[in-house]
Design a protein around this ligand. Structure first.
Ligand SMILES: [Zn+2]
Ligand SMILES: [Zn+2]
Length: 557
């Protein structure tokens, strides 16, 4: 009997974001990724959503470290929160760590956090774990799949990947190595368990190559030779930024970055030798007015329409660096993540109103996804031919589509497991089973602390949708008389200055209810508040068919 391997999913299964799993072996824990999720519009006031860290907190002394597959926020963005409570080393590619480092630094935790860079193909021991970092192509350079060599065989985590045959840096997903693992290289028994990226599993065919975007960009730059060009893309997509800058420089333009994360990541990419831009071609955003429009390219953040990012500020005419107008062509070299469409549309409208020409992925092929589509997953599955298959990274529908691909490609139907956040899997000599559950709910962050629960969110939703009615009344409990009030204060139910009659009527109705209760001998504050809430709620509903939050305040004199 070999010792079992356990895998606990803390997030990423059933949603896009919060990618985080804990692998356990010999009583030690290795984290793979620790990401955040961006909130839905109905999560009022929530800035970020994190994995529930209860399980990690309860087992803190058993954590050996965290390996990161790449530096996207949905894989590393929660580290800065977890590292406030726990301390462990982080392993990943230099660029992955560089991206993660920005946030950890902002949180002031860099001093006590060890960041350990690994090379492509490197295999190293982390406690009892034998970890191999396999190169994969994705929308951020130097991403990795993680192969764990365990007594139960190879456990392979695909990371976020695509099968791009002509990536910008020539660094392809290492299918050769995956094939070698599958055929039992090193005396193993093939790939025991594969967990693979489901994001684009519903998209048929094959994602276009990243380098195809470069050709489209070059053409656009040629067609707009005398106009200023502003591009927006993810600041971490250094290969996209490289292709934009190459196209610009080839037409004799200088480039300037706009947005703090763009500036930081361009610096990081150049330091690591991933991004190649001559010093002479890079100018400060403050100096761009010295150049005619056809000689400038501005490389901006904000491609998701984030209201406070550089592109949205441009669209609203609020940027202190750049004013846009009729001489500008804006290229959104991106695709709106589900949930961001509204913000992106608002930005596009703003730019058009300002007189700009706007080119987006609906008009020209200025974007290519970084995630494998169905045919790529099939190719990957045919090479990996895992004994067990668990789709990860995606909404439930994506996991289901990916599970079907597994079956299509020959994984036994009962060896494909659809799992959820919170599931704990056990891989042992008998196979793979769901062996337990851990807490895996949403941890909502508003400001810098994650103390917002479901109750607070429910209240916020009600306040946002229906408003609030506060009813204040003072009673003398000994005599059973109303002393002052009821007084009604409302926000969001009716506009009080224009609804005096309605408010007076509401006061009368509540007063009658309180007097009746007092006459019946009710003397406790809670009991009276219950009656106030009931009377006010009934009136509000009868007269307006609305259901605001009713807050009764009964004071004893
Ligand atoms: Zn990613
Ligand atoms: Zn991801």
């Amino acid at each position: 009997m070999s010792s079992p391997v356990r895998i606990a999913f803390l997030g990423g299964l059933g949603e896009i974001g919060r990618n985080c799993m804990a692998v356990e072996h010999d009583d030690r824990i290795l984290l793979i990724d620790c990401g955040l999720m961006f909130p839905d519009p109905d999560m009022h006031g929530i800035d970020l959503v994190l994995p529930d860290f209860t399980y990690l907190r309860d087992n803190a002394e058993r954590i050996e470290g965290c390996v990161i597959t790449h530096g996207h926020e949905d894989h590393v963005g929660a580290l800065q929160f977890l590292l406030r409570e726990l301390s462990f080393p982080i392993f990943g590619s230099a660029v992955g760590l560089g991206l993660a480092r920005h946030r950890i630094e902002e949180a002031g935790l860099l001093g006590r956090t060890q960041l350990i860079a690994v090379a492509d193909g490197e295999r190293r021991r982390i406690g009892p774990f034998d970890v191999e970092f396999i190169p994969v192509t994705h929308s951020v350079p130097h991403s990795h799949a993680i192969a764990l060599h365990t007594p139960q065989g190879v456990v392979l985590h695909s990371g976020d990947f695509k099968l791009d045959l002509t990536p910008v840096d020539g660094r392809r997903t290492d299918l050769g190595r995956i094939g070698a693992l599958a055929s039992g290289a090193g005396g193993g028994r093939g790939i025991r368990l594969l967990m693979a990226d489901s994001t684009n599993s519903e998209e048929h065919g094959h994602a276009p190559s990243e380098s195809s975007v470069g050709a489209v960009l070059r053409q656009l730059f040629q067609e707009h030779a005398d106009r200023r060009i502003i591009t927006a893309s993810f600041a971490s997509h250094l290969h996209r930024i490289q292709q934009i800058m190459d196209a610009a420089i080839a037409c004799g333009r200088v480039v300037a970055t706009l947005g703090l994360s763009m500036k930081k990541n361009v610096r990081l990419g150049r330091e690591l030798g991933i991004l190649h831009v001559p010093d002479a071609s890079l100018v400060d955003i403050d100096d761009i007015d010295q150049y005619p429009p056809g000689k400038v390219c501005i490389v901006s953040t904000g491609s998701q329409g984030e209201p406070m990012a550089a592109l949205a500020l441009l669209a609203r005419g609020e940027s202190k660096f750049v004013k846009v107008g009729e001489h500008d062509t804006v290229i959104l070299s991106s695709h709106a993540i589900p949930g961001n469409e509204g913000n992106v549309n608002r930005v596009i409208d703003g730019l058009l109103r300002a007189g700009c020409e706007v080119v987006h992925s609906g008009i020209a092929d200025v974007h290519a996804s970084g995630h494998a589509q169905a045919d790529e997953l099939k190719t990957y599955l045919s090479i990996a031919s895992p004994e067990w298959y668990v789709p990860i990274h995606g909404e439930y529908r994506h996991l289901v589509a990916n599970a079907k691909l597994g079956v299509t490609m020959g994984v036994a139907r009962d060896h494909v497991l659809l799992c959820d956040d919170g599931d704990v899997l056990q891989l042992d000599d008998d196979g793979l089973t769901v062996a337990g559950r851990i807490p895996a709910g949403y941890l909502y962050v508003d400001g810098i602390i994650g103390d917002v629960g479901q109750g607070v969110l429910r209240d916020r939703r009600l306040l946002a949708e229906e408003g609030v009615v506060v009813v204040v009344v003072t009673v003398d409990v000994t005599t059973g008389k109303v002393l002052t009030g009821p007084e009604i204060i409302t926000r969001g139910w009716v506009y009080a200055p224009e609804a005096e009659d309605l408010l007076d009527e509401a006061c009368d109705r509540v007063a009658a209810a309180v007097e009746r209760a007092l006459a019946e001998g009710v003397r406790d504050v809670e009991g009276l508040e219950r009656d106030v809430r009931r009377a006010a709620g009934k009136f509000v509903n009868e007269r307006t068919r609305r259901r605001p939050m009713i807050v009764p305040v009964v004071m004893e004199a």
